[in-house]
Ligand binder design. Structure first.
Ligand code: CTP
Length: 438
């Protein structure tokens, strides 16, 4: 039996793909189709894939042309696959001529003529551009705008900020054209909110009332009742309300959570996460009104792995905070200790205290060590009693995870994915912890 293998992303399956698969199938008796995983595509810079892996696999299955469908997840996998499945012929379209000649050491390599005039890129660009508005007064608004460039089909159309002090030139020009929230919402399909946390509730509510999808930097609100009200409004109006914690969308973090849940370090007994940044907070007079306190700025990120691993039902919580002498609601540093049924966790967060920003997840068989800054990591280690068993994991992270966050937001809105990385239960519990009085 002659076995043929071919690979592709197959985003919005089109005639070009189908014609290639038909000809690939005709080359032999058995066709294996490798569909690239989302993570692998992202690592190769294909951040703009519009459909999820499941949808792309399903579309290939429906053609009835593939005898076997596999997922391509890592660099170098093609050689592994060719050997494992005893493949005779590797084939791809002529746009790849020369690129896979190195595989001829393992099987025959055939480049088939590409169908002219159609591509996934073209299909994606024909879809209407998604217009995003921005709200906020910190540098993240600039970062977010820059990251939108890497996500196909998204355009920043306006920004509204109380002060343009932190906005870059490009955003300042946009800001001058927008005079109110209403004006901003009238011109966009979705909004990214990074205003100070005590304004989030008001801003999210206004946006939802204007029928605009919302991605809001965590916390979405400062009380659970406000959060519930906003969630209910979003679901009544069929709008997406997404919590913005960029770490949740990074590949390394997601893989790490999957490995933990799969038992790689046994039962987890403790999670310790630290996030700090040292700001120039100034004194009573020069205190900048747009600086977030430590728990609001870092708390959601630090609590994310804790609630992901142990769930949200803790039995006890203890807190130590050092506050500013002239503003008792501004914590320079906070340590929270959680007690769960089967484990404990601690988070340390600071905007006015510096510490090592690492994370350690300890289990009954070993532990995971994530070096600083763990919240934007591309690397972690699984360590055991016997160091020769240790494993290192690396997953390319582009743009601190922000572009993956934007892509998830877009895919949720378009209905390409139906679940969010940060569940409502987690967002809600984060808010409940933040709402506890200093
Ligand atoms: N292909 C083809 N004819 C086309 C488009 C794609 O023969 N008009 C082939 C490619 O050469 C490849 C396979 O289909 O062997 C999967 O291609 P993929 O990269 O998924 O599709 P593209 O439409 O080329 O995607 P993009 O525009 O994102 O590069």
């Amino acid at each position: 039996m002659l076995k043929v293998i071919t690979y592709g992303t197959y985003d919005f399956l089109h005639e070009g793909h189908i014609r290639l698969l038909e000809r690939a199938k005709a080359l032999g008796d058995y066709l294996i189709v490798g569909v690239t995983a989302d993570g692998f595509d992202m690592a190769r810079g294909k951040i703009n894939v519009g459909q999820s892996l499941m949808e792309r696999v399903e579309a290939i299955r429906k053609t009835g042309l593939a005898d076997q469908i596999i997922v391509e997840e890592y660099e170098g996998q093609k050689i592994d696959d060719i050997r494992r499945y005893e493949v005779d012929i590797f084939t791809v379209g002529s746009d790849w001529i020369g690129k896979f000649d190195y595989l001829s050491e393992y099987c025959k390599v055939i480049y088939l003529d590409r169908t002219q005039g159609i591509s996934s890129t073209e299909i994606r660009s024909n879809k209407r551009e998604f217009r995003i508005g921005l709200i906020g007064e910190t540098n993240i608004v600039n970062k977010f705008k820059n990251e939108c460039r890497y996500v196909n089909g998204v355009k920043v159309v306006g920004v509204y900020a109380e002060t343009d002090e932190f906005l870059d030139e490009e955003l300042r020009i946009l800001a001058e054209k927008t005079h109110s929230y209403e004006e901003l919402f009238a011109n966009c399909d979705a909004v990214y909110i990074a205003s100070v946390p005590d304004k989030h509730y008001e801003h999210v509510k206004l946006a939802l009332e204007a029928n605009v999808h919302v991605l809001c930097e965590s916390p979405i609100a400062l009380s659970v009742s406000q959060y519930d009200e906003l969630q209910q409004k979003a679901s009544e109006k069929n709008l997406v309300l997404m919590d913005g914690i960029k770490t949740a969308y990074s590949l390394a973090f997601n893989r790490m959570m999957l490995l933990v849940k799969g038992g790689i370090i046994g039962d987890v007994v403790s999670v310790d996460a630290t996030c700090t940044s040292l700001l120039n907070i100034g004194d009573g007079e020069s205190f900048a009104p747009h600086i977030w306190n430590s728990l609001c700025w870092w708390g959601p990120t630090a609590m994310l792995p804790v609630f992901n691993i142990f769930g949200t039902e803790y039995k006890d919580i203890q807190r130590y905070s050092r506050t500013l002498p002239f503003r008792s609601d501004f914590d320079l540093f906070t340590k929270l200790a959680f007690v769960f049924e089967n484990g404990v966790a601690s988070i340390k967060v600071g905007q006015g205290v510096k510490s090592e920003g690492e994370m350690v997840i300890s289990g009954t068989k070993g532990y995971i060590y994530v070096p600083a800054p763990w919240w934007k990591t591309d690397y972690f280690e699984v360590r055991y009693e016997n160091p020769t068993d240790n494993c290192r994991y690396f997953y390319q992270l582009e743009g601190e995870g922000i572009r993956y966050e934007i892509l998830s937001f877009l895919n949720l809105i378009r209905g390409h994915i139906s679940y969010n990385q940060i569940s409502c239960g987690i967002s809600r519990q984060i808010i409940s912890c933040l709402a506890q009085k200093l």
